[in-house]
Design a protein around this ligand. Structure first.
Ligand SMILES: [Zn+2]
Length: 161
């Protein structure tokens, strides 16, 4: 593994019943350390499964098999409550202020690469917070979402939807 990954487990989570049907992308708006601090605070009631810093360092906040609290009211794959079945992956920072870094993208490919086949992931099992909670959430910047999905299509050898 080329990028550092470590665990700082958040108290903000549901049961160990996560269905792992897909991945929902976010940006955290705040910086890496600041976001981790917020997610370790029980008062915030929020968590991602994984947060990726600008330099590609990854922090696991909730293990994949456990429900994290990242989506709120949301719909995808014809269902509501995305937290039950979508892993939450966040890029530290704000994708409207600065693009996903090359290191973040490469680190994501590592993270996703170890899950792609085991979870039978495909491009149509990926979305972002903006699309599953329209009008309520803005992450990711649409241009960065397009860039992300094109990169993943190239990497995993499937056409972009
Ligand atoms: Zn979000």
């Amino acid at each position: 593994m080329a990028f550092t990954e470590y665990e700082r487990l958040s108290p903000n989570h549901g049961p160990e019943t996560h269905e792992r049907l897909g991945v929902l992308f976010h940006h955290s708006q705040m910086g890496f350390e600041e976001t981790i601090t917020r997610m370790l605070d029980p008062a915030s009631q929020v968590s991602y499964h994984c947060l990726i810093a600008g330099d590609g360092t990854r922090c696991t906040l909730v293990r994949d098999t456990v429900v994290a609290w990242h989506a709120g009211k949301s719909e995808f794959l014809g269902r509501s409550r995305c937290n039950d079945f979508m892993l939450g992956l966040a890029f530290a920072g704000d994708t409207y202020r600065s693009p996903i870094t090359e290191s973040q993208m490469a680190s994501l490919l590592e993270w996703l690469g170890s899950r792609w086949a085991p979870l039978s992931l495909s491009l149509d099992r990926l979305s972002d917070h903006r699309q599953v909670a329209p009008g309520r959430k803005q992450d990711l910047n649409p241009s960065q979402w397009d860039r992300l999905i094109r990169t993943l299509a190239d990497h995993f050898g499937a056409p972009a939807p």
